[in-house]
Design a protein around this ligand. Sequence first.
Ligand code: SF4
Length: 216
Amino acid sequence: MMEQQTFWFLDDDRQQSGRRVPGAAGVFAEVEALEELKEIALQCNRCHLRQGCKGVVFGEGDPKAKVMLVGEGPGAVEDEMGRPFVGPAGQLLDRILEAAGFRREEVYIANAVKCRPPGNRMPEPAEIAACFPYLEAQIRIIQPAILVCLGAAAAKALLHPQARITEIRGQWQDRGGIKVMPTYHPAALLRDPGKKRPVWQDFKAIRAEFERFSGT
Ligand code: SF4
């Protein structure tokens, strides 16, 4: 019951099976441009996170990116600068991307929630649910070939409310025809360097899939 209340954006059939439906929310179905969606998000007050942060961190990158990375939520530095993944975890992500042959400008980076949770805690299910229409609309507009879930919150938002990152990490998933790679959040690597090797394996797989898709 809690899951159905919280994840109101799932249709009835999929609520019972627990699977996501691309476009199920339809809240911003009429919005066709990221800039328009961003303007709406900047005014958002759909959940209480907005009261505790400086601003909405919408996301950034190539609007036609073939690889879209989704993290959990903005941290203190991101909240201050209004940009995703620019703190210590973001700097590590930049190095991972570069090592995998991606320029930051050619991917798109967003978060499961656009406002900073207090004390950098994990976003709660109700907060992920409230913010999900923005993420859904970003994916619909960008149309990436590959989604990368950076951490549990993104995996719960995009794959399954009960997804456990430790169980599905490194295994390709499907989300309405988009290939999804769940991996650890860069902040987890800063806490536990032992996670660097599996994340590097995941990004090598992401690179290989990107090249296969691009025909390069
Ligand atoms: S976290 Fe998302 S839903 Fe909540 S206020 Fe910020 S933009 Fe709106």
